[in-house]
Design a protein around this ligand. Structure first.
Ligand code: SAH
Length: 341
């Protein structure tokens, strides 16, 4: 339930047993109301009744006769029935790579309805707060000098808040299900008996190469794209399977393993002059691409000081890109600085 009316400054009394009123209070506060909370009939004093301009009786409070009598004739009284527990829910929202510009409309709507947002996207906490006014924004992500909240703890917070009747949005980079532990979080919500939905996001695996003008598939060039994690080096058999499959290889989380990755592909028979690229910090003002070949890319990346987050793309599709066309000197120096191509 979203409150569309602007209640700025309106003194509102919310009456109801503890635990049932949290989300009603939050929604009225989000609409600008100044909320007084009464958890039992004894809290509804004369002074309170004189002051408030609207009273909301939540769940069983609608049947508290002494409260109705005390409020009679003083202000409008609204009943807010409580649906059967659990009332809370979990929504996993993919934020896309980079800033929040690539959120879907469904994601924007989920944020607008959120009571709590658990976010990894530290740089944009202010933007999150703007899209989720009134929600508590909890930062559970990584940043230098700050340890990420462990996965189990994130799931515990998510379940606990939703069980308390709140709409919890878990905002995740890219798509929740692409190397994002979205599956585990959905399982945790399901095990807790909570309704859970997933709003997909644009994955960096496709969106970030695209932002540099690299099409991950191209008619007549590549009709296969394989997305792999570079978190650990490729096993020999995996590299052989990838090369046998052909097409485009997209590696996420692979910058610290760029040398073993390219070496494994070369050893598995991929041509040394296969075009390859690193696209760094996609969709940010610092976006940059480094293009070269399977052989030259690791060295170019070191010279260019490339770091995470970056997407590595290997395959003939790189030759079709704007950054390839703009590269500076074919073999000598494949570094192409670019904005969003
Ligand atoms: N769920 C995310 C991926 C999480 S794994 C998604 O669908 O995009 C994190 C990895 O994603 C990073 O190591 C990097 O390889 C990639 N990545 C995410 N955002 C990026 C960005 N803006 N620019 C480049 N790479 C990015």
């Amino acid at each position: 339930m979203l409150i569309d009316t602007d209640l700025t400054g309106l003194p509102v009394l919310v009456v109801g047993p503890p635990g049932l009123t949290t989300s009603v209070v939050r929604r009225h506060e989000r609409a600008g109301a100044v909320v007084t909370l009464a958890s039992g009939p004894g809290d509804v004093t004369q002074e309170v009744c004189n002051r408030v301009r609207l009273a909301v009786l939540v769940g069983p409070a609608a049947g508290w006769a002494s409260v109705r009598d005390a409020l009679a004739g003083r202000c409008p009284v609204v009943d807010a029935p409580v649906p059967a527990a659990p009332r809370g829910r979990v929504v996993l929202v993919g934020a896309g790579p980079g800033g929040l510009d690539l959120l879907t409309l469904a994601g924007v709507r989920a944020l607008a309805e959120a009571d709590v947002v658990l976010t990894d996207r530290l740089a944009e906490v202010g933007d999150v707060a703007r899209l989720a006014p009134g929600a508590e924004v909890v930062d559970v992500g990584k940043r230098p000098g700050h340890h990420a909240v462990p996965q189990g703890e994130i799931e515990r917070i998510m379940v606990e808040r939703a069980r308390a009747g709140l709409t919890v949005v878990r905002l995740k980079g890219g798509d929740p299900y692409v190397f994002g532990r979205g599956g585990e979080e959905v399982e945790a919500a399901v095990e807790a008996g909570l309704p859970v939905t997933v709003v997909p996001g644009i994955s960096s695996a496709v969106g970030v190469p695209g932002s540099a003008g690299i099409p991950v598939t191209h008619r007549g060039v590549s009709h296969v794209v394989t997305v792999v994690s570079g978190h650990v080096p490729l096993e020999e058999e995996q590299a052989q399977a990838l090369v046998a499959l052909g097409g485009t290889v997209v590696v996420l989380m692979g910058m610290h393993n760029l040398v073993p990755l390219t070496t494994a592909l070369a050893r598995a028979g991929l041509a040394a002059d296969t075009p390859a690229a690193v696209v760094e910090r996609g969709f940010t003002p610092d976006q940059r691409s480094i293009v070269g070949t399977l052989t030259t890319l690791p060295d170019l990346a070191v010279r260019g000081g490339a770091s995470s987050p970056s997407v590595i793309v290997v395959g003939e599709v790189v030759r079709r890109s704007a950054v390839w066309a703009r590269r500076v000197g074919a073999d000598a120096d494949g570094i192409a600085m670019d904005g969003v191509a």
